[in-house]
Design a binder for this molecule. Structure first.
Ligand code: MLC
Ligand code: AMP
Length: 470
């Protein structure tokens, strides 16, 4: 038995709507429970995670049955899709029609089906999700998140934001990452708040959700920045209770503009696929641009220098952020060495982020330790994965991918390419390389720009000097 979706199962949930189509919580529970017979004997299921009610019913049905869900980005290119499926080896697809060609069975969702829910036994430590996320090098890794970690993580944010069944949550985030799926769907279903997924997270749609009574709004900084540039829509959010930003750093000017336009100081919080949310600005806490708040209940944080020695929590000294708590992941699927590399012997997780902590426990994220992890539009993107894909194109001899500062996206992906001899570095080739990355990986991993060079800048050891390219 798992109580992950507590309010939904208890019958106290409120309606869920996606892009204008609404379902009562009782109907959602009935449709999700109706998947149980088709899921018998299947352990791990893939969901082609389009922003639809079918995706939500499929994920909920699989979780209610105690299965492991692999959400697959709907725009995943051929190479990324192949990797996710061979690495996670799901038994079937559930929910939206899977991308073609596919050779696994497909269990369709019937939104009109209704069955009573019969709770299965779920072993302690059972895995609810394999969420794929990028590292600095290589292919994306599958982050294993247990039912227990999800429950603990959601209770932590509910406490921090005074989030209850009286709220209506609105957002328009993708349903295959922690932000949109775990917080943005399971959070609402656990707490019984209403949920409005607006489809695309545009200023117009956030304003419409606010006018329709949504109280709590989630967004990545790009969403908030676009809203801050749309005063005619931002004003509607005055009626909200709390605006929350996360997944990347919220620029201070956006915080200030939103304060002026909506009367709200956006509450920033910090998390990762591997840790869920660890640090958050509390609804009743101090809000400051550039600071992401205090540890959630049960979470501990600390700073270490490059040698592993403690860095003081004095609000100024900068160190590598490590976290410990009940919502940490259970490891990377099939990658014991990668898992060991991010865990300390005493059970802390090395986030790879650089931060400072004030004496009273407030956190400021200064940046990533590695230039090879890019955050663009709130998506975590590994430079190495894009470089390997570009090197698979016959015109490319060498390349280096970097993220450069961008007002809208936080960082914008630029690929520096050394063409093979006799290949002309033309605009048409740049377009072809962008399309090649889009066909192999996800849409948001496409470089926004390709720049041709005769050589990449390297140090005496031959290592590409990416900071010089940035
Ligand atoms: C993009 N476009 C390109 C391109 N890149 N065209 C050509 N070449 C390229 N290289 C196109 C897009 O397809 C789109 O076209 C248009 O340009 C605008 O793209 P965009 O600027 O990327 O904007 P948009 O599509 O509106 O997306 C912005 C966004 C999106 C904010 C909605 O980035 C997003 O959903 N981000 C959320 C990421 C997220 O959920 N992260 C959470 C990770 S979990 P068209 O035709 O489609 O308009 C996590 C834990 C935690 O981090 O702490 O939360
Ligand atoms: P992901 O695994 O996609 O969840 O990305 C996690 C990463 O997003 C973290 O390691 C941080 O680098 C970044 N991140 C998340 N929230 C914030 C925030 N509020 N401020 C700065 N960076 C953030």
């Amino acid at each position: 038995m798992t109580d992950l979706l507590r309010a939904l199962v208890a019958g106290t949930g409120r309606p869920v709507s996606v892009d204008g189509t609404t379902m009562d919580a009782a109907d959602l529970l009935g449709a999700a429970a109706a998947l149980a017979p088709a899921l018998a004997g299947r352990e791990r299921v893939a969901v082609h995670a389009t922003p639809t009610l079918e995706t939500i019913v499929a994920v909920v049905g699989a979780l209610l049955a105690g299965r492991t869900v692999v959400p697959v980005p709907p725009d995943a290119g051929a190479g990324e899709l192949r990797h996710v499926l061979t690495d996670s080896t799901p038994d079937c697809w559930v929910g939206p029609v899977p991308p073609a060609p596919h050779d696994l069975p497909h269990v369709a969702v019937d939104l009109a089906a209704r069955s009573p829910y019969d709770a299965p036994e779920v072993a302690p430590g059972a895995i609810a999700f394999v969420l794929y996320t990028s590292g600095t090098t290589g292919l994306p890794k599958g982050v294993l998140l247990s039912y227990d970690a999800l429950a603990a993580g959601l209770d932590g944010v509910a406490d921090a934001w005074a989030w209850t069944g009286n709220d209506v949550l609105a957002h328009g985030l993708p349903l295959f990452h922690v932000h949109g799926l775990v917080l943005g769907v399971l959070g609402a279903l656990r707490l019984g708040s209403g949920l409005v997924h607006v489809g695309k997270p545009t200023p117009e749609r956030y304003a419409a959700a606010a006018r329709a009574g949504a109280t709590l709004f989630f967004g990545v900084p790009t969403v908030w920045s676009r809203l801050a540039d749309a005063p005619e829509h931002a004003d509607a959010l005055r009626a909200a209770r709390l605006l929350v930003s996360g997944s990347a750093a919220l620029p201070a000017p956006v915080f200030e503009r939103l304060r002026a336009l909506t009367g709200h100081e956006v509450a920033e919080r910090y998390g990762m696929s591997e840790t869920l949310i660890t640090v958050a600005t509390r609804a009743d806490g101090r809000r400051e641009a550039g600071w992401v708040g205090v540890p959630l209940a049960g979470v501990e944080t600390r700073l270490r220098d490059d040698e592993g020695a403690p860095v003081p929590h004095d609000g100024e000294s900068v160190g590598q952020l490590e976290v410990r708590g009940p919502a940490l992941f259970s490891g990377y699927l099939n990658r014991p060495e990668a898992t060991a590399a991010v865990r300390t012997h005493d059970g802390w997780f090395r986030t790879g982020d650089v931060a400072c902590i004030s004496p009273d426990g407030r956190h400021r994220i200064v940046g990533r330790a590695s230039v090879d992890l890019i955050k663009s539009g709130g998506y975590r993107i590994g430079a190495g994965e894009i470089e390997s894909t570009l090197l698979g194109h016959p015109a490319v001899a060498e390349c280096a991918v970097v993220g450069v500062p961008d007002d809208d996206l936080g960082q914008r992906i630029i690929a520096f390419v050394v063409p093979r001899p006799a290949v002309a570095p033309e605009a048409a080739l740049a377009e072809e390389l962008v399309a090649h990355v889009g066909a192999e990986l996800s849409a948001h991993k496409r470089p926004r720009q390709v720049r041709f060079l005769e050589d990449l800048p390297r140090n005496e050891m031959g290592k590409v000097q990416k900071r010089r390219l940035v």
